[in-house]
Design a protein. Sequence first.
Length: 255
Amino acid sequence: MSLTLSKKLHSLLTSSTRVVVFTGAGISAESGVPTFRAAQGLWKEFPVEKLATPQAFAEDPVRVWQWYCWRRELISKTHPNAGHRAIVRFEGFFDDFHLITQNVDGLHGFAGSRRMLKLHGDIWDVICSSCERSRLELTPVLSPLPPRCQCGGILRPGVVWFGEALPSRVFAAAVEAASKAQLFFSIGTSAEVYPAAQLPQIAKLHGAYVVEINVERSALAHIAHEVLLGKAGEILPELTGCLRDTPQGLALAGA
């Protein structure tokens, strides 16, 4: 595809620019990760709100874990796409770079991203409900259920459930990064899930140039300085061409 970029955006694609990339479900959908909150995300007739809550886990941890094992198995069959890989290149290029993601599928990490703030946790982490120790568990389907910690406590998925607050340190770091950003990319997110959706607004309030990359205009579009419509897996690799100051056919707009 051929993109039209503003002169402002092109001028900011230098290594000294402070950059934040903020991602949502859209970039993972391009890898085939289902949107589990959509209608098609129903599992055995249970809506996600009946499975992803502390109350649901207390009531029936086996059922909740069966759902998460099903999700983990689906995700394990997917792979990072060109958009994920382009973000890794951003990380290596910009001196001051932060990736903030709402996704729990781990694809950013599997692609090679390291400077990452996971607002909603990671489905591949497990946390003890008793001693709160956490560990990475890459086996998709755990057995027996519910899994238990070495201390005897029940392990839970390392994600933020409905009704739970975001990890305070992670969110504080995300707010700080957004406040200091000069260039803020919002990629594949509806910008409707709070408090995460505040981050683009915080960035703009502090002077960042906000760019939305999405297959359709989101609730963020009206505050974005620039909207690039299309798949992240197509747009982001083209943007990496500008990082080397070789636009490779990208047309520059006069804006």
